[in-house]
Ligand binder design. Structure first.
Ligand SMILES: *[C@@H]1O[C@H](CO)[C@@H](O)[C@H](O)[C@H]1NC(C)=O
Ligand SMILES: *[C@@H]1O[C@H](CO)[C@@H](O)[C@H](O)[C@H]1NC(C)=O
Ligand SMILES: *[C@@H]1O[C@H](CO)[C@@H](O)[C@H](O)[C@H]1NC(C)=O
Ligand SMILES: *[C@@H]1O[C@H](CO)[C@@H](O)[C@H](O)[C@H]1NC(C)=O
Ligand SMILES: *[C@@H]1O[C@H](CO)[C@@H](O)[C@H](O)[C@H]1NC(C)=O
Length: 260
């Protein structure tokens, strides 16, 4: 135990000095972790995940040439090269993100940091609500399995209009608004991305932004009502003017007759 703790401390100091070799991979990928040394013919080789208490693969060449593997999370996915000591992990999962190290006869030889990113769904663009003046659109992603470093963005041509980070909010489903004019001829797209992939959906304004039927009738009705009210007001005003005119003329006539 003390022995392990000492190695652990030694390793921590190494991490500070050397840092990790950082690699980003997609879930489902296979990766190979190299011992990067060839002077370990009879040595014991041990691969660790996260801490020195989680040993995932071992071979003791002084005893035999048969590797032993972790029976937990990596079960059936590890392959240790007996010649080189390199470790291949197949079908990487997002939960395999973390630090890997190898100890060759008490010496920490390599430190890897793997970031495993999930596949992303293609975003979906839908018409939001009926508006007479503008076309209001929504770009949505649903049930993103791993939101680490994932964000959703609207682009006009290649420039960013708006974006939102799913990882900051820690939510797996989200929608982002966009308003365009009906006659807009720019190209718009919506993309969901993490550092490794970019799933893009292009907006077809002619297809999605037909003025919707409710909107057309609602606009027509409103216009018709306004026209009706306006003409009614003009009518009332005309009648009022006429009546006033007739009355004042009669009054004048009366005054004139009185004077005569
Ligand atoms: C999203 O996840 C919820 C709950 O896990 C599920 O009920 C729903 O069907 C999923 N939707 C899609 C489109 O996968
Ligand atoms: C994602 O795609 C959009 C549109 O094609 C592009 O403008 C943007 O630079 C891409 N982003 C990344 C991170 O690759
Ligand atoms: C939005 O995108 C820009 C440029 O790609 C990036 O620097 C920024 O972090 C993003 N913000 C969010 C909230 O995703
Ligand atoms: C993100 O949300 C999930 C459940 O929706 C929760 O289990 C997890 O702890 C949250 N992570 C952070 C960093 O808040
Ligand atoms: C956009 O939609 C219209 C109408 O549905 C269709 O005729 C046209 O081909 C589409 N354009 C693109 C680039 O897909």
């Amino acid at each position: 135990m003390l022995h392990k703790l000492l190695i652990c401390l030694f390793m921590w100091s190494l991490i500070g000095v050397l840092g990790y070799e950082v690699k980003s991979v997609m879930e489902g990928d296979s990766v190979t972790l190299y011992t990067k040394t060839s002077i370990h013919s009879d040595y014991m080789i041990q691969w660790f995940f996260e801490s020195l208490f989680t040993r995932i693969a071992t071979i003791d060449k002084a005893v035999n040439k048969i590797p032993t593997y972790d029976d937990g999370r990596f079960k059936g996915r590890l392959q240790l090269n007996v010649q080189t000591g390199d470790l291949t992990i197949t079908n990487m999962r997002t939960e395999d993100s973390g630090e890997y190290s190898v100890i060759i006869s008490d010496m920490v030889m390599t430190l890897y940091r793997f970031n495993v990113y999930a596949h992303l769904p293609v975003p979906v663009i839908t018409r939001d609500s009926c508006s007479c003046s503008k076309c209001v659109l929504l770009c949505s992603v649903i049930n993103v399995t791993d939101v680490t470093d994932v964000s959703l963005s609207w682009y006009k041509r290649n420039s960013l209009l708006s974006n939102i980070s799913l990882s900051d909010l820690n939510i797996s489903s989200i929608s982002l608004h966009l308003e365009v004019e009906y006659q807009d001829t720019n190209t718009y797209s919506c993309a969901v991305n993490n550092p490794l992939i970019n799933q893009t959906q292009h907006l077809n304004i002619t297809h999605l932004c037909q003025p919707c039927s409710d909107c057309v009738s609602c606009c027509d009705t409103t216009k018709a009502v306004i026209r009706l009210v306006a003409s009614a007001l003009v009518g009332v005003a005309t009648v009022a003017v006429l009546i006033y005119d007739i009355r004042s003329r009669r009054a004048e006539q009366k005054r004139n007759t009185n004077f005569i």
